[in-house]
Design a protein. Sequence first.
Length: 441
Amino acid sequence: MSTVTSALPALSETEHRVQLRRAVIASTIGTAIEWYDFFLYSTVTGLVFAKLFFPRSDPLVGTLEAFGVYAVGFAARPVGAAIFGHYGDRIGRKATLVATLMLMGIATFAVALVPTYASIGIWGAVLLTLLRFIQGVGVGGEWGGSVLLSMEWARSSRSRGLVASWPQLGVPLGLFLANLAVLAFSRLAGDDFLTWGWRIPFALSLVLVGIGLYIRLGIMETPVFQRIVAERKVARQPMLEVIRRHPTEIVLSAFVRMAEQAPFYIFTAFVFAYGTGTLHISRDFLLLTVLSASLLSFITVPLSGHLSDRIGRRKMYLIGAAATGAIGFIYFGLLNTAALPLVFLAIVISIIPHDMMYGPQAALIAESFTGRLRYSGASLGYQLASVIAGGPAPLIAAWLFGKTHSSTAIALYILACSLLSLGAAALMQDFTGKDIEGEYE
């Protein structure tokens, strides 16, 4: 080890545990705020945007147009991964995460101010599209940094799966907060929610961002990045270098997420349009049910991360991907009964196979890249899935149902996504229990 490395501040075991705990809390809360912003848009898309911004379309076309705008946020996520991945590997995880949080929060707050079609015509939809793109750029740079901020403080290689799974809880926590906010304001009398009530949850984003910034500014940079800087190993062009050196890992990271991401947005976003429009189930019931599913994830995500430390990341992921291939048929079989207890059961159990993958996913992907290129590589691979999986999923589901008038086509689409992820996961290396901290070259 070089002399510059020895100049790094030495932390006692107690101080290190304190910093690890702070990093985990900062990552999880900050990520939850960003996903609150992202999911809020997703939830309101199926309930409000088709009516307010595409009112002259027939219901199916309006839904497709609204989900088309929704998909723009996913197309922007690899852009965010490229921009912030570069700076995350150049200037550090902490500074980059502060920037992504501010960008996301300002864009979400601005959605609350967008005039509807009745006021400015199609320009309302144009503004929504622009703000959704900015949201996507912000969240595209968020994931890699939040995961690394936690994972790179973990000293034991046998705890990385659990530690890296905590920032993943930002997704169910953000989903819970977004649905709770919409549920609270959807109880406004008459058409008040459709007229102005939907704007308040977006405006509240500014308060949450202030909280997130306060927490994130109080943490230290990770030991791994400090060592990279001390040893003068910082990459000059990390994004270009990771594409040149790790193209296979990037592609596999994207395809391994097909079974996790595409079904998730069908189960948590498309369900609102399908449930209210086709099955005539109440909006509030669907919101409460998705809330319940997100609460279950507070247990199943870290549990799956912990299990991956015991049985291996890849094995845990393969089990989850296989279960997802089957759950699509069970999900729609229960949902189509329109019996409220069975609808509740369908939505809640659909989240379990997702969490079996989402828990170990952060470590599985991040461990595939060397420390000096890890932010860029993990972010790019992770966010490319947004283009092929998350963004198109509700749009594809709506199109398939419009063409076939059958939910079986959607279940088959979920199965196809699962098969792709099974193949990708089988080809990925499993670094469970192996030291990755010294790999800078």
